[in-house]
Ligand binder design. Structure first.
Ligand SMILES: Cc1cc2nc3c(=O)[nH]c(=O)nc-3n(C[C@H](O)[C@H](O)[C@H](O)COP(=O)(O)OP(=O)(O)OC[C@H]3O[C@@H](n4cnc5c(N)ncnc54)[C@H](O)[C@@H]3O)c2cc1C
Length: 436
């Protein structure tokens, strides 16, 4: 395929452009926001309102980005992406206690979302085949009478032609509504009402903590406790502190009230670390009422050549921190499908099936935790009680089994499938533990 259009220059759109250009296509990447110049200080932008909140990319996502854009990791570290060793540098509170401190053999990198995007854009600039049309807005899809994508019309009236259009316009993409309004039907959706509220504030790290790769994650223990927090080191010797709650318990925005909130979460360590910190950037709020999985694979028909990617297919509970990694895995799948398949209809079918499967795996992981709260709305999985039982017992096994903890961290960072934990010996030990 010679030409493609990518709609949306968020994480998914940038990586889709890399995958297409890597397969020889000329790509026009359309983004409604004006994008900052490479030398500008990275900061939030309107088109990604979730951007000021914590945005950690999983190890598997980092690996996928590095494969699509070689040199990415080095470029990120050069501008302040901070290495954090899972298991030692990253302290995790879950199920009533802190995970044991052990080296789990993985180093992730933490930074603001704005910096991550800027580094990815910088790496993408090395592809002369990619032209970014920023400050331009998608309006309409062009489809031939026999159902093939012909291109797009922009809000300013310009028409761009290409046989492939990637929809990477995020959770608010106008394309599903366009499809419904133009006779293609509604995209079937699975939904879970999670009603989750985020507040994020940037702090200057105390002198003693600068240059150290330490991060903290406090996961609320369901069903009674809804409050959690994360704190990540980011560029500029700062900490990005996020507090989270659910179901009408809205986290506060002002600093003294945030400190009070931190005293009510389990573990309490973060409060003691930050109470004397100087605030760098005031707190920002974001709310996610629902997690949604859009089953493009179950539609009766789609314009051939329209390829949904990233949050357009699935947006999950952000606490699971999977969204950007899923978008990177979609882009990786797109690149591999392009390399293997030249027939457009077969390519589209194969890519969409793979992309939905990737999102569905992420969806399953996060909804099992969400449904531990009785207030979460949606269809509860039939094996929920058994899984939750197992999970609690499994958490206890980690205390004494370092190899299991190493595997669990690799699964959590999506480097290994969860099936590696379903070994008969592990299940037997967890069941024995659950029986007490
Ligand atoms: C509170 C919160 C915290 C999160 N934390 C994490 C985390 O820690 N780790 C993680 O991996 N994920 C996290 N996520 C998820 C992450 O934000 C998304 O999964 C990820 O951004 C998806 O990328 P995307 O490219 O699909 O969409 P987006 O990044 O949302 O990009 C969509 C792009 O499309 C553009 N656009 C929209 N409409 C148009 C139009 N009409 N024309 C042209 N352009 C358009 C937008 O301007 C934007 O640039 C979090 C989400 C939330 C809500």
């Amino acid at each position: 395929m010679d030409e493609a259009i990518v709609l949306g220059a968020g994480i998914g759109g940038l990586l889709a452009a890399a995958a297409l250009a890597g397969n020889g296509a000329r790509v026009r990447l359309v983004e409604k926001d004006p994008l900052p110049a490479p030398t500008d200080r990275p900061g939030p932008r309107k088109g990604v309102p979730q951007g000021p909140q914590v945005h950690a990319i999983m190890k598997r996502g980092e690996v996928a980005v590095e494969a699509l854009l070689p040199g990415f990791r080095e470029a990120l570290v050069a501008v302040g992406g901070t290495p954090v060793a899972a298991g030692i540098g990253m302290k995790v509170y879950e199920g009533g206690g802190w995970h044991p401190q052990r080296d789990c053999g993985l180093v992730i990198h933490t930074q603001t979302r704005a910096l991550l995007e800027q580094v990815i854009r910088g790496c993408l600039a090395r592809f002369p085949e990619v032209e970014i049309l920023d400050g331009r807005r998608f309006a309409e899809l062009g489809v031939s009478a026999d159902g093939f994508v012909e291109g797009v019309a922009l809000r300013d009236g310009e028409k761009l032609s290409a046989p492939v259009v990637v929809d990477a316009m995020g959770r608010g993409s106008p394309l599903p509504a366009w499809l419904a309004a133009n006779g293609w039907g509604e995209v079937p959706r699975e939904r879970a009402g999670i009603d989750i509220h985020y507040v994020t504030i940037l702090l200057h790290q105390p002198e003693a903590w600068r240059g150290r790769g330490n991060a903290w994650v406090v996961r609320a223990t369901p069903p009674h406790n809804t409050r959690g927090a994360t704190m990540m080191p980011i560029e500029g010797d700062r900490w990005l502190l996020t507090i989270v709650s659910r179901f009408g318990d809205h986290p506060p925005l002002d600093w003294p009230a945030i400190l009070e909130f931190l005293q009510t979460i389990e573990g309490e360590a973060i409060h003691d670390l930050v109470r004397d910190c100087e605030v760098d950037t005031p707190a920002r709020r974001f709310m996610v009422p629902e997690a949604i999985l859009s089953r493009f694979d179950a539609m009766a028909g789609l314009p051939v050549g329209l390829l949904p990617l990233g949050d357009v297919i699935g947006n999950f509970n952000p606490v699971a921190a999977q969204g950007m990694t899923v978008a990177a895995l979609h882009a990786e799948a797109l690149g591999e499908t392009l390399a293997a398949e030249s027939d457009l209809a077969a390519l589209a079918r194969s890519y969409i099936a793979r992309a939905v499967e990737i999102s569905e795996t992420a969806w399953q992981t996060s909804v099992y935790s969400d449904f531990a709260y009785p207030q979460t709305t949606g269809e509860r999985p039939a094996d929920l009680a058994r899984r939750q039982h197992f999970r609690r017992a499994f958490r206890e096994l980690l205390e004494s089994d370092g190899e299991l903890q190493r595997l669990a961290v690799h699964v959590q960072q999506l480097m290994l499938p969860s099936s590696v934990l379903a070994r008969p010996d592990v299940i037997a030990r967890a069941e024995a533990m659950a029986r007490g």
